[in-house]
Design a protein around this ligand. Structure first.
Ligand SMILES: Cc1ncc(COP(=O)(O)O)c(C=O)c1O
Length: 440
């Protein structure tokens, strides 16, 4: 085993064994990056400028990223950081994966947008291969995750009225407490997170909330009006909450018995993160609809999709649903390249193998700054002892150590590195976490 590579957050140091970020060339510190900030726009200046002009709906860590490759990002001053957030899993394949960048470049030179008013020569191949990869039959392409969720809500309701025979206007959808499915008004309407909800009503009716990981509660909530059960196979934003073994197959069984749809939101858990293509694969469960997003766009363009049964997606007729950008040829080209990477099985395998390194690296920290943690594949929610500070404060200390993470819910930090991260890089990041916790 070679020594862990520990990023330092300093420019030009030996922490970049791949030599991917030269700092003494034309792009080095003190010189303007092509298309980058102008004179006087250092990190602090850019943060002040953002705060002056942007809606204040985020509280980013104080780092201004200018370039990235693989698991590394580099800030305006040329400091390097290991990215352990990976765009909330949109960067499962790392920053600027050469295969994905090449696919995007090739498509940019040919055709970028047609709208679905016309056909394009990229969409069929993308949909065929995505359906085959996920073991499903049909694809509804959209752009963002929240749009995929909204689309599934529409499809499930229409299916309930047209196929199941639910009286008009009475369809219900059962969701889990502590869910995160996006930010639209319908979706925050069935959130249990007051910060996400408060002040945005009135909300759409028709949702029933049950505790996550509680099959009897779910069974009690479904009835003749239920169109679908919608939930995350692993609750990402809630802190990487992994349900008990048997929960997902139990959900499948209950929904089958109740004659309603099982909609799995795999927008964060899907596409390799958990060590399998989909998190539901780990229990050999096939939902009726699967929602994909984030990594489907390779970290290049927003691409989402509802994939599922043909007879279910088939309830949508022309004019009932759509999106100007959904299924555009650039998205389809990048999405096809993403599917191509996943078809090799390499990224799923890496997530499973590196997930063991992650789990084994976190285990000794329990009782030494960590109260507990949960992992699934290369994905962890780590509950830091609140005595050491909030998750945000731990994130700031890790930033100083050259590691980027994001806190969620108080003292939990989530770790979701690109699946391309090397074992040494991961061990280096874990060593940084250990240092931060022991210094706290
Ligand atoms: C499970 C899940 N569903 C939906 C979304 C919403 O995706 P987007 O931000 O692309 O709308 C997210 C985003 O974090 C998510 O984690």
């Amino acid at each position: 085993m070679t020594a862990p590579t520990v990023p330092s957050g300093r420019p030009g140091g030996p922490e970049d064994p791949d030599g991917v970020h030269g700092t003494d060339g034309a792009d080095g510190p003190g010189r303007a990056l092509p298309g980058g900030p102008g004179p006087g726009r250092d990190s602090a200046g850019l943060i002040r400028a953002e705060e002056a002009v942007l809606a204040p709906n985020y509280h980013p860590l104080p780092v201004v990223v200018a370039r990235a490759e693989g698991a590394w990002v580099e800030d305006v001053e040329g400091r390097r950081y290991l990215d352990l957030l990976a765009g909330y899993s949109a960067l499962n394949f790392g920053h600027r994966h050469p295969v994905l960048v090449e696919a995007a470049h090739r498509q940019l030179d040919r055709l970028t947008l047609t709208s679905r008013a016309f056909h394009n020569d990229r969409l069929a191949g993308f949909a065929e291969r995505l359906a085959a990869l996920t073991g499903q039959e049909a694809v509804l392409p959209m752009n963002t995750g929240a749009e995929a969720v909204e689309s599934a809500v529409k499809v499930a309701r229409k299916w309930a009225y047209d196929v199941k025979g639910v009286p008009d206007g009475q369809a219900t959808i059962v969701v889990a407490a502590d869910n995160f499915h996006g930010r639209t008004t319908t979706v925050v309407g069935f959130s249990t997170d007051e910060t996400a909800r408060a002040g945005f009503g009135p909300f759409a009716p028709g949702f029933r909330i049950v505790p996550y990981n509680d099959l009897p509660a779910l069974e009690a909530a479904v009835d003749a009006t239920t169109a679908a059960v919608l939930l995350e196979p692993v609750q990402g934003e809630a802190g990487v909450i992994v349900p008990d073994d048997g929960y997902l197959s139990g959900v499948r069984e209950i929904t089958r018995r109740a004659g309603c749809l099982f909609v799995a939101d795999e927008i964060q858990s899907g596409l390799g993160r958990t060590g399998s293509t989909l998190a539901v694969d780990l229990e050999e469960v096939t939902p009726d609809l699967v929602l994909l997003g984030k990594a489907l766009g390779g970290g290049i363009v927003p691409v989402s999709a509802v994939v599922g049964r043909r007879d279910v997606l088939g309830v949508l007729g022309p004019g009932t649903h759509g999106s100007t950008f959904g299924g555009n040829p650039l998205a389809a080209a990048v999405g096809t390249a993403v599917v191509g990477l996943l078809e090799t099985g390499e990224y799923q395998r890496r997530a499973a193998e590196l997930g063991i390194v992650l789990r084994d690296g976190l285990a000794p920290l329990v009782g030494r700054g960590v109260l507990g943690f949960r992992t699934r594949g290369l994905w962890a929610g780590v509950d830091v002892d609140p005595a050491l500070g909030t998750g945000r404060e731990v994130g700031e200390r890790l930033l100083a150590e050259g590691v980027l993470v994001k806190d969620t819910h108080g003292s939990t930090i989530r770790v979701a590195p690109p699946l391309t991260i090397t074992e040494d890089q991961l061990r280096g990041a874990l060593a940084a976490l250990e240092r931060v916790l022991s210094a706290g």
